[in-house]
Design a protein around this ligand. Structure first.
Ligand code: NAD
Length: 261
């Protein structure tokens, strides 16, 4: 398994941090060239440098807001020009966004969460599918256990809606793309230690809807605390590989049984 992706190219969105970064490192270690799509910031350029220290030329960072159609289209074309094609797509960029009671939520805040998490996923697939169709490939989408449950996720109506939308979208894409040997799967992590809290804004009104729960958010029977991004990267690598050749349209929970509490 150590060099399972030699000669392959992966596009990874949200690759400058957390789950995307860990997955980019993992895929590059296993031989893939990786296109890092993220908002241009120090974390993204640091990730690019870190991977290029593993293997010179393996990574290129692209300044892409995944909710911007033109930027996604352009960066995909630049990736194909640089690396010669696309084999693996990890549509992972996401934000928690503004957490607020529904009646207090600004329409613009609602839309921003859906733009990044849902439109961004759509645009990432829209512009990579023509390239994946050439040789088949693997698409992995990051949803969340919030995609089908709401335990202790107060104020996350927009986030949970976007994450549920990603699950439905995955299933439609898997059906539509099976004829091209493109597999599409969605992963649903529980709490993972990343920088996602930096993308969270809590409104003052949120405290009114928080009710006491038996288990604190992030409790996982399998571990003392949240999971690690590298554990998610192992799953991403498996789903991207030939070992997952009969898996498509699957919704895979990776949460240490958090969602069973
Ligand atoms: P993170 O904040 O560490 O990383 C997310 C990355 O996405 C950041 O580098 C950020 O700059 C980038 N990003 C944000 N908006 C973007 C945009 N418009 N265009 C391009 N890039 C953008 O968070 P993470 O936890 O690694 O999150 C990755 C995915 O995992 C998200 O979809 C998130 O919803 C999901 N997820 C995370 C957890 C968790 O507990 N951390 C749990 C379930 C699901």
């Amino acid at each position: 398994n150590t060099k399972r992706f030699v000669g392959q190219t992966a596009i990874i969105t949200g690759a400058g941090s957390g789950i995307g970064k860990a997955s980019a490192i993992k895929l590059a270690q296993q031989g893939a060239n990786v296109a890092l799509f993220d908002l241009l910031n120090d974390r993204t350029t640091d990730t690019e440098q870190e991977i290029n220290r593993i293997r010179e030329g393996a990574a290129r960072a692209f300044d892409v807001d995944t909710s911007n159609a033109e930027r996604v289209e352009k960066a995909v074309l630049e990736t194909v020009e640089l690396f010669g094609g696309v084999d693996i797509v990890f549509a992972n960029a996401g934000i928690n966004g503004v957490l607020s009671p529904i009646e207090e939520m600004d329409f613009e805040d609602w839309q921003q969460t859906l733009r990044v998490n849902l439109n961004g996923t759509f645009l990432t697939l829209k512009y990579t599918i023509p390239h994946l169709k050439k040789n088949g490939g693997s698409v992995i989408i990051t949803s969340s256990i919030n995609g089908n449950r709401t335990f202790s996720s107060f104020g996350m109506s927009a986030y949970s809606t976007s994450k549920a939308g990603q699950v439905a979208f995955t299933k439609m894409a898997a059906l539509e793309l099976a004829r091209y040997k493109i597999r599409v799967n969605v992963i649903c992590p529980g709490s993972i230690s990343t920088n996602i809290d930096q993308s969270t804004e809590k409104t003052e009104e949120l405290k009114d809807i928080i009710i006491p729960v038996q288990f604190p958010e992030g409790s996982q029977p399998l571990a003392d605390g949240p999971g690690d991004s590298r554990q998610v990267a192992d799953l991403v690598s498996f789903l991207a590989s030939k070992e997952a050749s009969h898996i498509t349209g699957a919704e895979i929970i990776i949460d240490g049984a958090e969602s069973l509490l």
